[in-house]
Each structure stands twice: as structure tokens, then as C-alpha cells.
Write a protein that binds this ligand. Structure first.
Ligand SMILES: [Zn+2]
Length: 457
């Protein structure tokens, strides 16, 4: 039994003071409020639930900062960035993936993420015809080293675009037939255990046929696992979908599938009013990735009408240009402010914007990870929590109402003192227990990637 005494904690019934949390076998087994320390506890300042990073392509952590220059193409955009990303992907074997993902996951836990949803399509080792489990095992090892809870989402990628456009040579490592993919999913089910869990997914409507998506949806329903898919991230994808399916992507999906709370729609950037309302009412989670969407010039999700319809959101760091959940939430709100010329756009059901965004992302992220009761501190919940230093200059002078606003909107050094995942402390005194190994292995791998040979198209 691990007892923890918090001077303040964000519980399901709001902020409480002098809280004793009792933790056993990775779960919160008792919560007492307005109590005194009994002498056997770890004393904490402020305790909040850990967040889920609901969309990650771990290998892309190695790309951060390497694509911020203009190439010879007339316009730089998502599609030119993707060519650089493919050049990186071609060099990532299981060993490189493990070292990059370990560093990334250490960074995630250090900044308050306690779960990651790994949207994984880099299935084959370079030069390997067979689809083995080497890349999956690399991710599991990285997650175990960093102590993050992982929801592994094997992703089907079977074509280059609508109309069964054949794969380009760079995409062949991602590709799997439906049979290979379902075999991999079943193999993953035997390898995923401990704190980790399994989901299933399709890359996008352009990369997966309607029949294959139907099969994936059947598996998700019969196994009761989340289904993740990129959708409507780019205007070009909307236009191509109109050409092939005579409907906008989200319309087509909603008309042809029983989209419900098991579905996680990643980005869903380009939706009209009716699509926004239909998704919000379906119970599906939209995973927003504000830093990546800004970095790639994707467009802006219209948050306010979606939240007014009680739409669910999660956040993801996607390409990992930043790994800071508070920064993601800040940019989510700032994008809206810049577009609307208004302030506090996300404060739809709650007065305070930072707290509103944090709680929405915590509960929505947990649903996207397949743990609908997660993302909150209550008896029976997983012991995934973040301890904040209440003496930090960022937080002093803030009361319960504005503490999370300060965290989301002040871009200072994060005042994270400790992080617990599954009942285990992974960050102590602001330092991750695996930081040295992670840095050393990451540096070795990055040194082998030969960035100077990669060039923008
Ligand atoms: Zn993505």
C-alpha cells in the first residue's frame, strides 16, 4: 500500500484539500479528504490526474526540428513534409524505434502524460518481406523502460489513395494485406499485457478500402476495443474523397458505419456544421493534435460549436514537435482566439478555460485509450497521477479555480515534481528514473540517421 497526502487534489467532485490517497496494486483504493498527515505518506503539493497522449507516431520524434526549411517545391505543405518523413521512416529499424520511442516516452511521462496511444503502421523491418512482431516488441520495451501505459493500435495501410492507387516504394513498409494485418493484431493480443492494452485502426479513408474498414470495425465491436482513424486532416483528402465517394470524409464515415464512443477520429479538421454536430452526438472522441496540425499547416478545428454540442476531445502530440500537454491545450485555445478574435473560446460548460480543456482531454483521452473510467482520480481508478510543486512561481497565488489555467497558459518550466503510472513513481524530484539511459541511446541512434543525406522534395 502506497499512501499519498496531497495539500490539494483534483478529484471527480472538484478540488479538495488535505487529501489522503491510498494506492494498492496500481489502483486508488481509498480517498479521504480534510484529513491530517499520519506520518507514513509521501507528502505532495497538488495532485491532478495524468493525461493520455491519444495520438503518437513514436518514430517521428526523430524528425522534430529537421523539416523547418523551404525546399525546392513551389509550396511547402503536408505533402512535402511527408516525403521527408518517409525518408526517415525508411531508416528506422526495431533498434532505432526502441531508442527513439524510449526517449519520447520518457519526455511524455516527465511532462504529465501517463498513457500513450501508439498509432503504428511502420510494421516491417527495413528490407524485410515478412511482417514480424519486431517493431511491436521495440515499442513495448520502450514503454516498459519509460514506465508509460501504452495502448497499441496496429494500423492497416493498404493503398496510396482512393481508387486503389498502388503504393509508392516508400509506403511498402507500412503495407499489409487484410489477412497479414489481422494475424498481426492477433499476435499483438498475445504480447500486450501488464499495464498495456490493445486497440485497432485504419490509417485513413484514402489508405484503406471500405471493405477492409468494415472488417476492422467488426473486430473492434466484437473485441470491445477502440478504433482509431485519421480523417479529414487535409483539404486535398476531402476533395479526393468527394471525387471517389461523392461525399465529404466524415459524412461518408457517419453514413456507412455505426460511429460511436469506441471510435477515435484523429484530426477531423475539415468538417462542416452538420459533420461537427453528427460527430459530437455520436459519442466518438476527436483527437486534436494542435502543435502538429499547426506545424503541418493542416487547418483549424472549429472547437466551440463542437463543444457546444457536447463533443468529446482528446489531445495527441502526433509528430512530436513538442511533447507537453499543457502547450497542446494552450495552442488549441490560441488557434481559436486568433481565428475568432475572441478570448476563452473553450470555456463552454465551465468558467475556467484551462481547467475545462484539461478535464475534457483527460476523460476523452482515457476513452480513446479504451479505459472509459480513466482520466480522473476516484476510488477504483488507475493510480496515474501528476504531483505539482505548489511552491512553484507558476502556481503561487493561484486558487483552485485558476491553477489549471496557470498551467495551460503560462509557458514557464513545468512545475512537475513527481509522476506516478500504475502505482509506480516514474518521476521523482522532477527527474525521470530512466532519463540517462534514454538520452544516451537516443543520441547513438540519432547519430546513425545521417540527416545530411535527407533533403526536401
Ligand atoms: Zn497521425
Amino acid at each position: 500500500m502506497t499512501p499519498l497526502f496531497a495539500r490539494k487534489a483534483l478529484l471527480v467532485n472538484g478540488w479538495q484539500e488535505d487529501v489522503r490517497l491510498s494506492i494498492d496494486a496500481g489502483r486508488i483504493v481509498a480517498i479521504d479528504t480534510a484529513c491530517r498527515p499520519q506520518g507514513d505518506e509521501t507528502i505532495a503539493g497538488i495532485v491532478i490526474p495524468g493525461l493520455c497522449n491519444a495520438h503518437s507516431h513514436a518514430f517521428q520524434r526523430a524528425l522534430a526540428g529537421h523539416t523547418e526549411y523551404r525546399g525546392p517545391a513551389e509550396k511547402d505543405n503536408f505533402w512535402t513534409w511527408r516525403q521527408l518523413m518517409y525518408q526517415l521512416a525508411a531508416r528506422i529499424d526495431a533498434n532505432a524505434l526502441q531508442n527513439i520511442a524510449r526517449q519520447l516516452y520518457v519526455e511524455m511521462v516527465s511532462s504529465g502524460y501517463t498513457t500513450v496511444v501508439e498509432f503504428h503502421y511502420l510494421h516491417r523491418q527495413p528490407g524485410d518481406r515478412a511482417l514480424t512482431d519486431a517493431m511491436l516488441k521495440a515499442l513495448i520495451k520502450a514503454a516498459d523502460d519509460a514506465g508509460i501505459r501504452m495502448t497499441y493500435v496496429p494500423i492497416l495501410y493498404e493503398r496510396a489513395g482512393f481508387g486503389d492507387k498502388p503504393l509508392s516504394p516508400e509506403q511498402e513498409r507500412f503495407a499489409a494485406s487484410l489477412d497479414e494485418f489481422t494475424a498481426h493484431y492477433q499476435q499483438a493480443a498475445t504480447l500486450i499485457n501488464g499495464p498495456h492494452s490493445l486497440a485497432i485502426g485504419a490509417h485513413s479513408l484514402r489508405a484503406v478500402s471500405a471493405d477492409s474498414l468494415e472488417r476492422i470495425a467488426e473486430i473492434a465491436t466484437s473485441d470491445g476495443v477502440p478504433l482509431h482513424i485519421h480523417i479529414a486532416e487535409q483539404q486535398r483528402e476531402v476533395d479526393e474523397c468527394m471525387g471517389a465517394y461523392h461525399a465529404r470524409p466524415v459524412y461518408w464515415l457517419m453514413d456507412n458505419f455505426d460511429v460511436n464512443s469506441q471510435w477515435c477520429l484523429v484530426h477531423a479538421t475539415h468538417m462542416d456544421d452538420e459533420e461537427l454536430e453528427r460527430v459530437a452526438k455520436s459519442g466518438a472522441v476527436v483527437c486534436l493534435c494542435p502543435s502538429t496540425e499547426a506545424n503541418l499547416g493542416d487547418g483549424l478545428f472549429r472547437l466551440q460549436p463542437y463543444l457546444q454540442n457536447d463533443g468529446r476531445i482528446a489531445i495527441g502530440s502526433d509528430s512530436h514537435v513538442t511533447v507537453n500537454p499543457f502547450e497542446e491545450l494552450r495552442w488549441l485555445e490560441y488557434g481559436q482566439r486568433l481565428a475568432a478574435q475572441e478570448r476563452n473560446v473553450a470555456a463552454v460548460r465551465m468558467r475556467n478555460t484551462g481547467r475545462s480543456l484539461y478535464e475534457l482531454a483527460a476523460t476523452g483521452g482515457a476513452i480513446a485509450a479504451g479505459d472509459p473510467a480513466g482520466g480522473r482520480l476516484e476510488v477504483g481508478a488507475r493510480a496515474d497521477l501528476v504531483v505539482l510543486d505548489d511552491h512553484s512561481p507558476m502556481l503561487v497565488g493561484h486558487d483552485a479555480d485558476s491553477l489549471l489555467d496557470a498551467l495551460v497558459f503560462s509557458g514557464f518550466t513545468l512545475p512537475i515534481d513527481r509522476v506516478m503510472v500504475d502505482g509506480n513513481w516514474k518521476v521523482l524530484d522532477g527527474r525521470h528514473t530512466c532519463v540517462e539511459l534514454a538520452r544516451q541511446k537516443f543520441a547513438e541512434t540519432i547519430g546513425r540517421l545521417n540527416w545530411n543525406e535527407m533533403a526536401a522534395p
